[in-house]
Write a protein that binds this ligand. Sequence first.
Ligand SMILES: [Zn+2]
Length: 100
Amino acid sequence: MARRQKDWAQKARVELLTKLGGFCVDCGERDMSCLVPDHRDAETRTWSTKGKDASWRMSLYRKDAEKGLLCVRCVNCNNFKGNRFNQESYRPSEIAEIPF
Ligand SMILES: [Zn+2]
């Protein structure tokens, strides 16, 4: 991916996480490097991060953020949530992937 696009995606990521509160809704973690946007309700997620580059994923996350579908979780809580509440559809390879 072009350097400019990557820079844009990184900046957009921090902006998005800040806008969504800037900390993990489960444990309060504030370290941006381990925070990810997360769909409040998994059913509102209509797309997959697989095979998409960072700027493409960012655009999709920003659209969903505008609709109020997202919150912030750290990677740990995100994995734990998948494990605890969603055992049947828990796919470690997909959930372990940091979306950008
Ligand atoms: Zn957390």
